[in-house]
Structures are given as structure tokens and as C-alpha cells.
Design a protein around this ligand. Structure first.
Ligand SMILES: [Zn+2]
Length: 91
């Protein structure tokens, strides 16, 4: 069976995002605006480049990383819409 490489979510770190993504000239992945199934974070370009930037998620990447560690989702209100990581998504 062919396995397709997944990319790590910028928030939770699990390998949930499809495709290679695009690389900027300085080697940083552009986000492709896919939502992570494990934490709910949207993979946006702005926060990939600068974790302190408020990208399409409307908040910086720092707070959701703390929320994920605490409640299992980047936003506490989303905790019923996400799922546990599968074994193949653990980096
Ligand atoms: Zn995630």
C-alpha cells in the first residue's frame, strides 16, 4: 500500500495535513488552509511564518498550543469536533 507523506500541524504537531504544501524561498511551508482533524487548527500561511501573527484563525499560534495541551483542541469550544491522533499521525 502506498503511503502518502503528511505534514505536521503547526499547532499540535501531529501529521494530519495532506500534501507537500508549498515552500517559500526561506524554506517555510505555506499553509494550505486545511483544518487539522486532531486539534482543529487551520493551517494558515501567516502563522506558519510568524507564530505571533494573527492569521486566518484570528489568534496567534501561542494560545492554541496551550489550549491543545490543556483541553485537546486549539479552541475549547471545538473539543467535541476533533479526534484523537491515529498511530500513523504520531511523528
Ligand atoms: Zn493540529
Amino acid at each position: 500500500m502506498l503511503s502518502v507523506a503528511k505534514r505536521a500541524c503547526a499547532c499540535c504537531g501531529y501529521l494530519t495535513l495532506d500534501g507537500e504544501g508549498l515552500l517559500s524561498s526561506d524554506g517555510i511551508h505555506f499553509g494550505n488552509f486545511q483544518n487539522c482533524d486532531v486539534c482543529g487548527w487551520e493551517d494558515d500561511y501567516a502563522s506558519r511564518r510568524d507564530p505571533n501573527c494573527r492569521g486566518s484563525n484570528g489568534i496567534t499560534l501561542v494560545e492554541p498550543q496551550e489550549s491543545f495541551a490543556r483541553v485537546g483542541a486549539y479552541d475549547e469550544r471545538l473539543r467535541h469536533n476533533v479526534r484523537a491522533p491515529r498511530p500513523d499521525e504520531i511523528p
